[in-house]
Design a protein around this ligand. Structure first.
Ligand SMILES: Cc1cc2nc3c(=O)[nH]c(=O)nc-3n(C[C@H](O)[C@H](O)[C@H](O)COP(=O)(O)OP(=O)(O)OC[C@H]3O[C@@H](n4cnc5c(N)ncnc54)[C@H](O)[C@@H]3O)c2cc1C
Length: 442
């Protein structure tokens, strides 16, 4: 095995695995210990990246368990591909597949949404009226996009009058490109914003800004368009060294920033976006004109979590993320409940790459609990964002809870450099790695 392959198959190499270790990963799981015999009833809410991956892994680890996956959505969405669809680089069907195709034998799919959780009675009720009793519950319903929080905005506007919103799904990402493409050909003012809340893939609004700027620079050309970026935060990214790098790149490319700006309303007729601007304790209202506006709404835990008493009481109270131990993902008040993926109330980790490292931790603690033991695995906050800066260039940013950069390929791929290899990882390798993760193989 080359040094490169050794590194790629190391603990951290989520994206790198796609480049160097994918064949090995897909060939099958490494030799595993004997399955644990159990009659445990395990309910998983959500068949997205996290729910599907953990279901596949538990089937491999347990013999006789009753594993039930609850999700009303038939389609699986490969969300990291949405940024490519919204830049005209991939078709809409690049990001969609059928949920059922990812599920192993041994998992029952209840094709309904979970409506309520009773953590005292240990039951989940579905919207269709079923009641599912559990011994262990894994909550992985992702998050909801709160478009209603933006006055004047509705999803049927996407694709028209210069409005985009790639987060809303495959077709909306394709419609976003229709609006963005017009801007890259005709010019004017492009305005991309991010919300005040926690969000999945916080790099995505930056990627969209960079990509549309890059395409416009080669389309309508410089002098004919302006690119603006508005954010409620004081910095462009949560990791200071990355924030500074992005700031420098924005400055080099003439992308204007509007920090401490929170989008409140949109007037699509007038093509004006209204922001609340904070300056110290003072709050004012600022209107920005646009020809192309990309909207990413506030993001929150789904109602089923927020109404079930599983959320933090003293943190993210407007957002409702699950109260769990950041190292073990285990609920702090209900030890038989684990949180996985975007819904988890942990300080980083709303990426598919994070899911890859959370899943084995939950698997370890859950299987240990079934065996009457204590699990030992921990999650360190690993989060990864292939930050696209141009078509064909990206920076492979990986970090942990402490804001340490934790590159998968130290000395080989510099995280803060705009590289073609990092672009390839996003454009080519990430999907293969993601798919292997869904199957429980990566
Ligand atoms: C534009 C964009 C770009 C991204 N880029 C990257 C990237 O480059 N790299 C990366 O690693 N990550 C990226 N991500 C983030 C990544 O896609 C998510 O972090 C990941 O999908 C989270 O997995 P999850 O299982 O928690 O949620 P999801 O994959 O969203 O799945 C949640 C599932 O729960 C279901 N559900 C919801 N409510 C209920 C309910 N009440 N009952 C039952 N089921 C329910 C949903 O139908 C869904 O199937 C990106 C995301 C976006 C939007």
């Amino acid at each position: 095995m080359s040094d490169f392959t050794n590194m790629a198959t190391s603990r951290r190499a989520f994206i790198g695995l796609g480049m160097a270790g994918m064949a090995a990963a897909l060939a099958g799981s490494p030799a595993q210990a004997a399955k644990v015999a159990t009659k445990a009833r395990i309910v998983i809410i959500g068949a997205g990246a996290a729910g599907t991956a953990i279901a596949n892994r538990l089937v491999d680890r347990l013999d006789g368990a009753e594993i039930t996956l609850v999700d009303g959505r038939k389609q699986h969405l490969y969300q990291p591909g949405l940024s490519l669809v919204a830049a005209g680089l991939k078709p809409a069907d690049y990001v969609t597949s059928q949920t059922a195709d990812w599920l192993p034998a041994g998992v029952s799919l209840v094709a309904e949404r979970a409506a309520a959780i009773d953590p005292e009675a240990k039951t989940v009720s579905t919207e269709g009226g079923q009641t599912l009793a559990y011994d262990y519950l894994i909550v992985a319903p992702g998050l909801v996009l709160d478009y209603d929080a933006i006055e004047g905005f509705s999803l049927d506007m996407v694709g028209q009058n210069g409005i985009g919103s790639l987060y809303a799904g495959a077709d909306y990402a394709a419609k976003t490109w229709e609006a963005a493409q017009k801007f890259t050909e005709e010019g004017g003012v492009g305005l991309v914003m991010r919300p005040e809340t926690e969000m999945k893939c916080a790099g995505a609004p930056l990627k969209h800004t960079f990509l549309i700027d890059d395409i416009a620079s080669r389309g309508v050309g410089s002098g004919k368009y302006e690119m603006h970026y508005a954010a409620p935060q004081g910095a462009l990214f949560g990791v200071p060294i990355v924030a500074e790098k992005v700031r420098m790149l924005f400055e080099e490319r003439g992308i204007e920033t509007h920090m401490q700006h929170t989008l409140k309303s949109v007037d699509p007729g007038q093509k004006r976006a209204t922001f609340e601007k904070k300056t110290g304790d003072a709050v004012s209202t600022v209107e920005l004109p646009y020809d192309y506006l990309h909207v990413i709404p506030p993001q929150r835990a789904p109602d089923v979590i927020r109404e079930s008493g599983l959320s933090w009481g003293d943190k993210w109270v407007d957002q409702g993320w699950v109260e769990c131990d950041p190292q073990t993902m285990r609920h702090l008040r209900y030890p038989e409940i684990f949180a996985l993926g975007d819904v988890a109330g942990v300080p980083k980790g709303k990426t598919a790459a994070s899911v890859k490292f959370q899943v084995p931790v939950v698997e370890d603690h859950l299987v240990a609990a079934i065996e009457g033991k204590e699990g030992t695995a921990t999650y360190d906050g690993y989060t990864s964002c292939p930050l696209i800066t141009r078509v064909g260039r990206a920076m492979l940013i990986e970090f942990d809870y402490k804001n340490n950069l934790v590159p998968s390929f130290p000395g080989v791929i510099a995280p803060m450099e705009e590289l073609w290899i990092s672009w390839l990882m996003k454009e080519v390798a990430l999907k293969a790695t993601y798919n292997a993760m869904l199957r429980g193989k990566a």
